[in-house]
Ligand binder design. Structure first.
Ligand SMILES: C[S@@+](CC[C@H](N)C(=O)[O-])C[C@H]1O[C@@H](n2cnc3c(N)ncnc32)[C@H](O)[C@@H]1O
Length: 551
């Protein structure tokens, strides 16, 4: 017979894994016993567990409980009682400083556990037991001296409360950290577009103005005698000049005013590319059949893509007859509950970082490059490291130290350290900074030497010439990035940008202007604006900045 737990993932000691929806698992480690570990990234300020407690009266505990193993697990409770946390609550090991705070809630007879830092996947989640610990902490857990207070001891609360670190401390009152509304449920469930907590804008330009239409060069030939059209088209097939690159175009253009007919032969340059290093390469002029008396082929601009709207079709047809492929409704890829949960957590990470910034006297503006969405643990695709940064222009007195620039710089520095063999020509010299805005960084061009410019095999990013690429990555920002930051994000080839507060006077992602929609930019990215009132920002007032600020 198959046991009811046989399909569950295994946990410590071969038993089933604890089913915690906040990303916590139980693991056993020699020297520490069982402990609580993060299975995925958990943003700071996340309530990871609410454990109901079992209460012991004073005499009951003094006479019995205290003489049993329970003494390693119980918390001091008001009114001289002791409490045993059920669920994960009894399994948090001790650390000083901890990365999880806990607070007692006598009315509901429960203990709430909240992260006080961003937690990376695999990290242990620990609380602070107090200073009078009765065991020798395992290696790496020894901690700096702190003054012993009368409240110290197992159950000593209040040393690190999430509310303190969120900058809204008030005795006994925790800031209400908004719970992820997409916790639990089936991560594969599709969510209606209008039910998502943000509005997504189309990344593809509709090309509804003549100047926004992207073109590419093609070889064409005028065909003075219409009788030659049939044999020519047949010849194109035989000569294998048909190509999917021109499938969005019609083969023949008839100009009613000049009464001329022109035939499209093949592309004369490669289609526009998103890659900065790939230049549009000229393509050879195709041969023509000798037996037809035709003029020389010539190059002409043709639309680079089919028309998605009737207006765009009308405009494109003035350049060259183009195919009409209106967007079907189902072309917007629907989002799942799992993705929405991921996005919520990522935006929370940005929000939490902005709160830290305020505590440090900086502007409450932050950016978070999220770990790529993973459908399951087996999904190895995408980045597994996240980066978070806040605005530092106040402390550095450097007007360009915006959150988005800082987070790109963090990623770039990480990439540079990961690939130390990167050619010097690609690394900022001197110092570790790769920030183009850094006063200490020397422009790379001044450091190029032919001997060093050869990328090494160990450094795939260096082969692209940069460490700052965000290809396929999503950036979450508390505020709409300014024009400079939007351009930096575009330059870094970001896949999509989510922001919480629009900046009507300075925003470069839809408010003042929309950088990725401008003609001439060589990369386009998706934009999603978080809905006001979704609750992801927590206390809205803390993160508000003046309209004139460039975020
Ligand atoms: C509340 S329990 C925590 C869960 C426990 N590790 C288990 O497996 O049941 C407290 C006990 O965990 C162990 N412990 C907690 N923090 C530790 C640390 N930093 N180093 C070593 N042991 C620790 C001690 O044995 C302590 O009595």
């Amino acid at each position: 017979m198959v046991s009811s737990t046989s399909s569950l993932p295994s946990g410590p000691r071969g038993g089933p894994k604890h089913l915690n929806s906040s990303g916590c698992i139980i693991k056993s480690v020699p020297g520490r016993g069982r402990g609580v570990y993060a299975e995925r990234f958990i943003p700071r300020g996340t309530v990871i567990e609410i454990s109901p407690v079992l209460l012991f009266q004073k005499d009951e505990y003094e006479n019995y409980g205290k003489h049993t193993v329970l003494d390693h697990y119980t918390f001091v409770w008001p009114e001289n009682r002791m409490a045993l946390a059920l669920g994960l609550g009894s399994l948090f090991n001790h650390a000083d400083p901890p990365n999880v705070s806990f607070s007692l809630d006598p009315p509901t007879e429960s203990i709430k556990y909240t992260t006080v830092h961003d937690i990376q996947p695999g990290q242990e989640l620990c609380i602070f037991y107090g200073h009078k610990i009765w065991f020798t902490p395992s290696e790496g857990m020894n901690t700096p001296e702190r003054p012993v207070t009368p409240e110290d001891g197992w159950g000593g609360l209040g040393l690190i409360e999430a509310a303190d670190t969120m900058g809204v401390a008030e005795e006994g009152v925790m800031e209400a950290v908004p719970r992820n509304p997409y916790e639990g449920g089936d991560p594969d469930d599709t969510i209606n577009e209008e039910d998502l907590p943000f509005t997504r804008f189309k990344p593809i330009p509709e090309e509804e103005a003549l100047e926004s239409i992207r073109t590419v060069e093609a070889w064409v030939v005028d065909v003075p005698d219409p009788k030659h059209l049939g044999p020519l088209i047949k010849w194109i097939k035989q000569a294998k000049l048909e190509s999917p690159d021109v499938a969005h175009l019609k083969r023949i253009r008839k100009d009613l005013t000049t009464k001329s007919t022109t035939l499209l032969l093949s592309l004369a340059s490669t289609p526009p590319s998103d890659s900065p290093s790939v230049a549009s390469a000229p393509l050879e002029r195709p041969p023509l059949p000798d037996h037809l008396d035709l003029p020389e082929p010539y190059r002409a601009a043709v639309p680079a893509s089919s028309a998605l709207t009737t207006l765009s079709l009308e405009l494109k047809n003035t350049i060259w007859p183009t195919m009409f492929t209106p967007k079907r409704k189902d072309e917007i890829e629907p989002w799942t509950r799992g993705q929405a949960r991921w996005a919520w957590d990522a935006m929370r990470a940005a929000v939490a970082e902005a709160h830290s910034a305020t505590a440090l006297g900086e502007k409450p503006i932050a950016a978070h490059i999220a770990v790529s969405y993973k459908h399951s643990d087996d999904d190895l695709e995408g980045e597994s490291i996240s980066f978070t940064a806040h605005d530092t222009r106040t402390s550095t007195a450097h007007p360009l130290r915006h959150a988005a620039i800082n987070v790109i710089r963090k990623l770039a520095d990480y990439q540079a350290s990961k690939y130390p063999a990167a050619p010097k020509s690609y690394l900022p010299i001197p110092g570790p900074s790769s920030d183009p805005a850094s006063p200490t960084s020397t422009p790379p061009s001044t450091t190029v030497t032919p001997a060093l410019a050869e990328p090494t095999q160990a450094d795939p990013l260096a082969q692209n010439g940069t460490h700052y690429l965000l290809t396929n990555q999503t950036v979450f920002l508390t505020h709409e990035p300014c024009i400079m930051c939007s351009m930096a994000l575009l330059h870094s080839r970001v896949k999509e940008v989510f922001y919480l507060y629009p900046m009507p006077k300075t925003g470069g992602c839809g408010s003042l202007t929309c950088l990725p929609q401008l003609k001439g930019v060589n990369h386009r990215f998706g934009i999603a604006r978080w809905d006001a009132g979704s609750g992801v920002g927590g206390d809205e007032g803390v993160l508000r900045v003046g309209e004139e600020i460039d975020a």
